[in-house]
Ligand binder design. Structure first.
Ligand code: DX5
Ligand code: ZN
Length: 223
């Protein structure tokens, strides 16, 4: 069945603890935590302090998306909020050899390791790292903020990557992030998405619980 990861964003940061509780009670599988440093992306948000507070007040699995220029430093900091997943960006690394080291560091803390690519990055650059990953996060908008328009080329990228993963028998989940909503989630699911990150689609839904349940129900009728 599809897994749903509502995302944090500056709009819900003040009410985050309650929002996370609501998402958890509504059947969300993960809380997607967008960490931005004001350097890799212009915005700056989601302090470690805030995530520690979230973790103390809920049991939902945290899926930390590091949109930062210094991932090796931030992995060591954000492990404190006991995330289930930490995802780094391919583009954050000047020396690509350090990607192996970063994935290893994440695993060393018994955390699942994800790698993400921006919309203009070819998925094939990930091939060397896939044997060492648990998840690939495909960005379907430029990283930086919620509420942007979904980039249509994502379907093909997702489908190609899914086939490559299946052909190589890798145990990797595919997550899509940016502009995922009621209109496009099913097509994404059919093209190989395992986890749907949803920011505005859930935060601005009239009835969040009903929305989450509906997405799950519709997808469960597909496979
Ligand atoms: C974008 C973030 C996303 C964002 C998604 O940089 O990584 O996780 O919160 O929000 P929506 O679904 O509103 O595009
Ligand atoms: Zn994200």
């Amino acid at each position: 069945m599809i897994k749903i990861a509502p995302s944090t964003n500056p709009e819900n940061e003040d009410v985050l603890v309650n929002y996370v509780k609501e998402c958890e009670q509504s059947g969300a599988d993960f809380m997607h935590c967008d960490v931005m440093d004001g350097s890799f992306v212009p915005a700056k948000c989601l302090s470690l302090q805030k995530l520690l507070e979230v973790n103390q007040n809920s049991t939902i699995a945290l899926d930390v998306h590091l949109m930062v220029s210094d991932p090796l430093v931030q992995i060591e900091r954000y492990k404190a909020c006991r995330p289930t997943i930490i995802t780094i960006h391919y583009e954050s690394f000047e020396n690509k050899n350090n990607i192996y080291y970063a994935l290893e560091q994440i695993h060393k803390h018994k955390i699942l390791a994800g790698i993400s690519i921006k919309p203009n990055t070819d998925w094939r650059v990930l091939k060397p790292y896939l044997p060492y990953c648990d998840l690939v996060l495909i960005m379907s908008v430029e990283p930086g903020k919620s509420g942007q328009k979904f980039i249509e080329e994502t379907y093909q990228k997702l489908n190609d990557l899914k086939n490559y993963i299946l052909d190589n028998n890798y145990n990797i989940k595919l997550e899509v992030d940016g502009g995922v909503n009621a209109e496009n989630f099913l097509r994404l699911y059919k093209n190989g998405m395992d986890i749907a990150v949803m920011g505005n689609a859930i935060y601005k839904a009239q009835n969040r619980e009903a929305f989450i349940k509906k997405v799950k129900e519709i997808s469960s009728n597909v496979k």
